[in-house]
Design a protein. Structure first.
Length: 202
């Protein structure tokens, strides 16, 4: 007997209304583009038996490639576009892993941590890579401020984001039942690893 395949409509129907409202109110790009696309991509993984953690791992590879492309922008300017596309592809996969976990009821403590960890790489790595690329590039010598200050601002931004994320995570763990009942964060906006300050559940 052949197992019935799921469709984008099934994933969309399973998506919580609360997250839909959160997308619409807080993350317009996610609401208009990334989230709808994630509904169509999710069945590709679910119907092949690919789990949420595998999707997160794939997203990590894509994200690292995107950050590397941004870092290489001073060598080849066109890589900035490649990097931007790859980072947005990671953003999409960050939503997909949450859809997969939610639809297959496969939330796990490791999955939540892995998703949060990859999101932290995004939050800290992107501003640093952009700042380093600007610092090394001749294209921005016309700026009225020494580009070294871009690095200073980026490092400060990273420290603040890390403190906020770690604080939120600690508060969540200290909350009643938080360490055991929190959902697996699934990337993306809404409370995805790309947008939330804690674990983000996509």
């Amino acid at each position: 007997m052949t197992e019935e395949k799921i469709t984008a409509a099934d994933v969309r129907e399973d998506f919580p209304e609360e997250k839909r409202r959160n997308d619409r109110q807080s993350h317009l790009w996610a609401h208009l583009a990334i989230r709808p696309l994630s509904f169509y991509l999710t069945p590709v993984f679910v119907n092949r038996g690919i789990g949420a953690n595998a999707v997160t791992g794939l997203g990590l590879v894509v994200l690292l490639a995107g950050l590397g492309a941004i870092l290489a922008t001073p060598v080849e300017a066109g890589l900035l576009i490649v990097g931007a596309v790859l980072v947005n592809l990671w953003y999409l996969l960050d939503f997909v892993d949450g859809n997969v976990a939610r639809y297959t009821d496969s939330d796990s403590t490791f999955g939540a941590f892995f998703d949060w960890y990859v999101g932290t790489i995004y939050h800290t790595g992107l501003p640093l890579c952009v700042a380093i690329a600007l610092y090394l590039s001749d294209a921005f010598v016309v700026l009225p401020v020494d580009t070294v200050w871009l690095l200073v601002v980026a490092v400060a931004w990273v420290v603040v984001r890390l403190l906020r994320r770690l604080t939120a995570q600690k508060v969540s763990l200290l909350s009643e039942g938080g360490s055991e009942e929190d959902e697996r964060p699934s990337g993306g906006g809404n409370e995805d690893s790309a947008e939330s300050e804690s674990s983000g559940t996509t």
